[in-house]
Design a protein around this ligand. Structure first.
Ligand SMILES: Cc1cc2nc3c(=O)[nH]c(=O)nc-3n(C[C@H](O)[C@H](O)[C@H](O)COP(=O)(O)O)c2cc1C
Length: 159
């Protein structure tokens, strides 16, 4: 588990090899075991076809990933619920990323879906946030790790 977490990278260039639908479903189903307050299960997934990808006009076409999916989070009735649901959906995405990575498949997490223009292209209804648009596929290049600060620098102990 630690090795999967440590070795995962945000992938920017993919091989054209197909990712099996069955594998995608396995990773997505596993991802939905993400923690979510009040069991809102706020995540929704849009698989993007060629036409939608062209309209988004991403600068590298998501590294030519064979699969691109937008992950939406349904907002709740309050601002707190919106934040909690977005956090739960981020957990969902990370679960997906790690499950796929354990099987050799990487993801490119892009925030391209956040703009008003791109929300329209994706047909995102009011009441939803786009947490990420993910390119998914077998990595062509695996980047070097971006070092993180020692965690001790981030820890305070309260009395
Ligand atoms: C909410 C969120 C949005 C992100 N949006 C982008 C993005 O638009 N473009 C991009 O290249 N990477 C994006 N990333 C990926 C980060 O840039 C990447 O995780 C970071 O550089 C660390 O690299 P690593 O994941 O390979 O360790 C995003 C990550 C998160 C969590």
């Amino acid at each position: 588990m630690i090795e999967v977490i440590r070795s995962r990278r945000n992938i920017k260039k993919f091989k054209p090899d197909e990712v099996k639908e069955e594998d995608l479903m396995t990773w997505l189903q596993a991802a939905s075991m993400a923690p979510n307050h009040r069991m809102t299960e706020p995540w929704e997934i849009l698989f993007l076809g060629k036409e939608t990808r062209e309209k988004l006009n991403h600068k590298t076409n998501f590294g030519n990933a064979p699969v691109v999916m937008a992950v939406l989070s349904k907002n709740g009735a309050t601002q707190i619920e919106l934040i909690e649901n977005a956090l739960a959906t981020a957990c969902f995405i990370q679960n997906f990323n790690l499950a796929a990575w354990a099987d050799g498949v990487g993801a490119f997490w892009s925030s391209i879906g956040a703009s008003e223009r791109n929300r329209e292209i994706l047909g995102v209804p009011d009441g939803y946030e786009v947490i990420g648009v993910l390119g998914v596929g077998y990595p062509e290049i695996i980047p070097e790790p971006k070092p993180r600060k020692p965690i001790a620098e981030k820890i305070k102990r309260l009395p």
